[in-house]
Design a protein around this ligand. Structure first.
Ligand code: SF4
Length: 121
């Protein structure tokens, strides 16, 4: 089995071919660096993604503050994560990098603020 994918680890966007071998190992070609090889195998076995979103913020300069995962999370958890973030409301002020949700969905990954937002009112 062979699959063609684009590496999204960096902006270069190498076109990868990932082949599943008979011994159940994977061979990646088209990558320019080792990170691409790791991504290619992971994409076939346990795909993960960085997620960006927003959460509600009380007394902030804006109604929503942008957040992101501190690392990539399993792709199959993204829908559940978005539902969870819908119910989160924090209070201003917040600083970039502040942990908004710790160990989200038991992944060991945190949801962190991706910008500062001061308190108004
Ligand atoms: S293989 Fe390496 S250089 Fe190519 S897109 Fe992936 S991370 Fe970037």
């Amino acid at each position: 089995m062979e699959k063609n994918i684009t590496c999204i680890v960096c902006p270069v966007g190498c076109r990868l071919t990932v082949k599943k071998n008979e011994d159940k190992t994977y061979t990646v070609t088209g990558n320019t660096c080792k990170r691409g090889e790791k991504y290619g195998v992971e994409e076939m076995t346990a795909p993960k993604r960085m997620v960006t979103s927003t959460v509600k913020i009380k007394d902030g300069a804006l109604r929503l503050v942008p957040v992101k995962t501190s690392d990539s999370i399993p792709k199959e958890l993204i829908f559940e994560l978005m539902e969870l973030l819908d119910d989160v409301e924090i209070e201003a002020p917040v600083m970039v990098g502040d942990i908004i949700v710790e160990n989200v969905l038991g992944t060991g990954i945190n949801i962190v603020a991706s910008r500062d937002m001061c308190k108004v009112s």
